[in-house]
Ligand binder design. Structure first.
Ligand SMILES: [Zn+2]
Ligand SMILES: [Zn+2]
Length: 367
């Protein structure tokens, strides 16, 4: 079948919108007509080679849309169903079996292999030349995406499917860091470094928890304002302030938990230094490949935990479903982060994301 996709031809190359061919769904496949796909920095990282993905190919991993065809053996998903395309997992490895599919041992292949887990790519050019597919199991910068039934999450009535895609990655990552990793006890203090999509999702999740001090740190005044509106009890503009000192002043000592959402090495150090005895620093933001960070040895001995998290940890499906319900109840207003761009303007969306002008661009496939 002929579809339209944003193809990246080579490392650092632009997104070129053109027609490509997609397979009919094979055994276990689900074909989704994409309504909208969020642009995430991970797409940019893959285009630039920091996350390996064979090019030419189609990126996009925050898709949502409508099921239009299912392959042999697929149950539990029907044509016409509105779905979010979640992260893929093999379902069979030790971590998947232990209820941690975000840490599937085959994650590398699943997100960046460029093809189905046990097979070929689903995409090719109109001349029949190979194109990589299945980026994060979906390659959804396209009007249609081939995925698997096990990664799909149904979208409830009342939630616009075209903006639901970012729930699968950026929003789940920030919210899950709070709800699955920190799990705030009553009175917990949390500081969030960097309030883009991930950090703002963390703020909104913390607002839905028993945390009573929620501090947002950023350099963009507009984002700090938004953080306040979405649940931050305090904000710190790090442009000309010592953020660690500001956090200490607000909390009357170190914070209980720090979420690092920037991937900037000096900020990682600030996040670690913001928590004290028995505190937890959660590393979320992606630094460039090969980056190393340092921590103070003595204060780390004080029962401090420094831990990483991917995609919000836990069962993505359960988390995404909960975030959709919270949204419908007015308790997770992620639509305030979203601005839509038609597929033809995908490069404008990328630029708006990098400049900080738009928190979460969503590429709309319907024009
Ligand atoms: Zn697995
Ligand atoms: Zn992402």
């Amino acid at each position: 079948m002929r579809i339209t996709a944003a193809v990246v031809e080579e490392l650092h190359g632009p997104f070129v919108v053109r027609e490509v061919e997609i397979d009919e769904p094979g055994p276990g496949d689900v074909l989704v007509e994409v309504a909208g796909t969020g642009f995430c920095h991970t797409d940019g990282i893959a285009r630039d080679g920091d996350l390996p993905f064979p090019l030419p190919g189609v990126l996009g991993h925050e898709g949502a849309g409508t099921v239009v065809a299912v392959g042999e053996g697929v149950t539990g998903v029907r044509e016409g169903q509105a779905v979010v395309l979640g992260w893929p997992s093999c379902g069979a490895c030790r971590n998947c079996q232990a209820g941690q599919p975000r840490y599937c041992l085959r994650m590398g292949e699943l997100v960046g292999g460029g093809h189905r887990l046990d097979g070929a790519s689903a995409l090719r050019t109109t001349d029949g030349a190979p194109l990589s597919s299945h980026f994060f199991g979906q390659s959804s910068f396209a009007t249609h995406a081939m995925t698997t039934a096990s990664s799909l999450v149904p979208v409830p009535e009342g939630l616009p499917v075209e903006i639901a895609g970012p729930l699968t990655c950026g929003l789940a990552t920030g919210a899950g860091a709070v709800l699955n990793t920190v799990r705030p006890e009553p009175g917990t203090s949390i500081v969030v470094y960097g309030v883009g999509t991930v950090g703002l999702a963390a703020v909104m999740a913390a607002r839905n928890s028993a945390a009573t001090t929620i501090i947002a740190v950023d350099r963009h005044a507009s984002r700090l304002r938004l953080a306040s509106e979405l649940g931050a009890t305090h904000t710190v503009d790090a442009t000309d302030t010592d953020a660690v000192q500001a956090v200490t002043d607000i909390c009357g000592g170190p914070a209980d938990a720090a979420l690092e959402c920037t991937g900037v090495l000096p900020v990682i150090r600030q996040a670690i230094d913001s928590v004290g005895m028995l505190g937890t620093a959660v590393l979320i933001g992606g630094a460039p490949a090969g980056a190393e960070f340092t921590a103070d040895h003595l204060t780390t001995l004080w029962g401090k935990t420094i831990r990483g998290t991917l995609g919000g940890s836990g069962h993505g499906q359960a988390l995404i479903a909960a975030l959709m319900d919270l949204h419908l109840q007015g308790r997770f207003p992620f639509d305030r982060l979203v601005e839509s761009f038609p597929l033809e303007r995908i490069e404008d969306a990328v630029e708006a994301s990098y400049s900080g002008e738009v928190v979460k661009p969503v590429i709309r496939m319907g024009g």
